[in-house]
Design a binder for this molecule. Structure first.
Ligand SMILES: [Zn+2]
Length: 196
């Protein structure tokens, strides 16, 4: 089992200062020997993670144009990609004005993965749009329903406040050991049902 990692408080404090800027920052948290260090850069485009344990981005406190206190649909697609499909990142952290979200997608098995690969983007969008029609995106009700739907989809989402210590699960190497022909059978079945 992967052991939990406590992120050093100074890293959280420094990123919480970056969150106060009126533009996004992103970066990585990685091992240097036995210690965790971090880096940061401006903007929304995240570098590929080769050796990092965690990567992260901030949501500035722009309540006029944005709803910063929850992860976006784009965030969730990205998190699926890096924590499951590519499995290069253990956990992605979103620093919003009110909360810190530590998120990863739990890859399950080859068949489920094929289904997710084909459908997860559409499911995320459908869920998000349906909720946005029903409730105010700035409300706690919206956040609760959005987070609960994502958990049902297969995400692990831990929500922290800025005065808590942030503990996440260590990255576990994920290598689908099932050969590709086996993956192709459900894929072809799905394609034939959907498009033929
Ligand atoms: Zn975001």
């Amino acid at each position: 089992m992967a052991d939990p990692i406590a992120i050093p408080a100074y890293i959280i404090n420094e990123i919480s200062e970056l969150q106060k800027d009126n533009f996004e920052h992103n970066g990585q948290i990685l091992w240097k020997g036995d210690e965790l260090i971090y880096n940061h850069q401006k903007g929304q485009t995240m570098d590929d993670c080769r050796t990092c344990e965690i990567n992260w981005h901030t949501h500035p406190s722009d309540y006029v144009n944005l709803y910063p206190d929850h992860p976006s649909a784009i965030d969730m697609k990205y998190i699926y990609k890096v924590t499951c499909k590519e499995a290069t990142v253990g956990t992605h952290i979103v620093f919003t004005p009110k909360y810190i979200y530590a998120i990863r997608y739990n890859c399950k098995n080859a068949i489920r993965e094929v289904i997710d690969f084909l459908t997860i983007q559409a499911r995320i969008d459908t869920t998000f749009n349906a909720l946005a029609k029903k409730c105010d995106r700035g409300s706690q009700e919206f956040r609760d329903k959005w987070i609960n739907s994502l958990r049902r989809m297969g995400y692990t989402i831990d929500i922290f406040s800025y005065d808590e210590s942030i503990v996440v699960r260590r990255k576990s190497p994920y290598n689908p050991s099932i050969p590709w022909p086996v993956l192709l059978i459900p894929l072809l079945y799905f394609v034939s049902k959907t498009f033929v």
